[in-house]
Design a protein around this ligand. Structure first.
Ligand SMILES: Nc1ncnc2c1ncn2[C@@H]1O[C@H](COP(=O)(O)OP(=O)(O)O)[C@@H](O)[C@H]1O
Ligand SMILES: [Mg+2]
Length: 329
């Protein structure tokens, strides 16, 4: 349904993103994960023409057979909010502070569909119920600042799904929320996506959150995909050394026996940070932070398939202990 090919994003002479190939099937959920600065937001925004105007985007993004790159702003605006819904990290900033939330949800509906006042009110009530906002009639009359962060994000989700989109792009939608609220919002997104057969591009720096939401994961480093595959397989048995480091930095992902041992231990982090655009080393962009780098890594590692669903690009991958081999072909 969403087919990305040779997508590049440049700012000036610096390439920020270069994604050869990435697909999302109808109704499927894909998590795009990587540390801050890896290019996740730029990628998500460019899919629907929302990149900063300094960015130059090339390549192909097909949505339901329609090419979006180079598509006019008028067409893109129609696609956003009808076929593609979006939610972002900071719900309060995305809401209009001076408009009651019921009215804002109503506007999201009216943007793409004609309805009578009575129909509109019923639909707002229905959407608020779908996103499990308590006491919709009362809450609809509140202003955004009168709601909790979790409730604000639910309002934004209601707006994003108002026109039954086929794809929801969610960029770090729970990063600003408390852990318990975060879990509720993730559950809500998964439920809505399943019930409505709504595909989702779920962007997060947190592998644990990605695994909770999406069957598939794509790991982005310095604007490049380094590993793609089913979330459980990639997290349980990472091949790329960057994925391996991300998994190690997230103790919640390690099985419960080991978690006991980990309690009280400092969280391992990956030394250094994602290189600034234009400052990535040649070859494998991760090599200056990688404990396993060899001379081979000065050349760009080719994409290797583990099986029909999994691929990665690393010269010195983690060995699949169970299989006793690198498992590449
Ligand atoms: N408008 C911009 N102009 C130039 N560089 C930018 C702009 N926005 C982001 N960047 C750079 O692009 C890279 C990717 O940013 P971003 O997509 O926001 O990463 P992420 O969402 O993964 O944290 C970063 O190095 C960031 O500094
Ligand atoms: Mg971001």
């Amino acid at each position: 349904m969403l087919t990305i090919r040779d997508l590049t994003i440049h700012v000036g002479n610096n390439q920020i993103v270069g994604i050869d190939e990435l697909d999302i099937e109808r109704g499927a959920r894909l998590g795009l994960v990587g540390e801050s600065g890896s290019g996740k937001t730029m990628t998500a925004m460019s899919l629907v023409g929302l990149q900063h105007r300094d960015c130059r985007v090339t390549g192909s993004v097909q949505f339901d057979g329609r090419e979006l790159i180079g598509c006019g702003e008028k067409d893109l605006a129609r696609i956003r909010g009808s076929d593609v819904g979006m939610i972002f990290q900071d719900p309060l900033r995305a809401l209009n502070p001076t408009m009651r939330v019921g009215r804002q949800i109503g506007e999201a509906i009216r943007l793409h569909a004609r309805t009578s006042r009575a129909q509109l009110r019923a639909r707002v009530h229905d959407l608020m119920t779908q996103v499990r906002l308590p006491d919709p009639d009362r809450l609809a009359r509140c202003y955004p600042h009168q709601l909790s962060g979790g409730q604000q994000q639910r309002v934004l989700i209601a707006m994003a799904i108002a026109c039954d989109p086929k794809l929801l792009i969610a960029d770090e939608p729970t990063t600003a929320l408390d852990v318990t609220v975060q879990k509720e919002i993730l559950d809500l997104l998964v439920r809505l996506s399943s019930e409505k057969q709504m595909a989702m591009l779920f962007v997060s720096h947190d592998l644990g959150v990605v695994r909770a939401v999406s069957e598939q994961v794509a790991v982005l480093y310095s604007g490049r995909l380094v590993e793609v595959g089913p979330s459980d397989a990639v997290i349980g048995d990472p091949r790329h050394r960057y994925t391996e480091a991300l998994v190690a930095a997230n103790p919640g992902l390690i099985s419960s026996d080991e978690t006991d041992v980990l309690i009280g231990q400092p969280l391992p982090t990956i030394t250094g940070s994602v290189p600034a655009p234009g400052a990535a080393p040649s070859g494998c962009a991760f090599r200056n932070r990688c404990a396993y780098a060899t001379d081979a890594c000065e050349a760009v590692p080719p994409m290797k398939n583990v099986d029909s669903e999994r691929r990665f690009t690393c010269w010195n991958p983690s060995v699949d202990v169970k299989a006793g081999s690198h498992g590449t072909r």
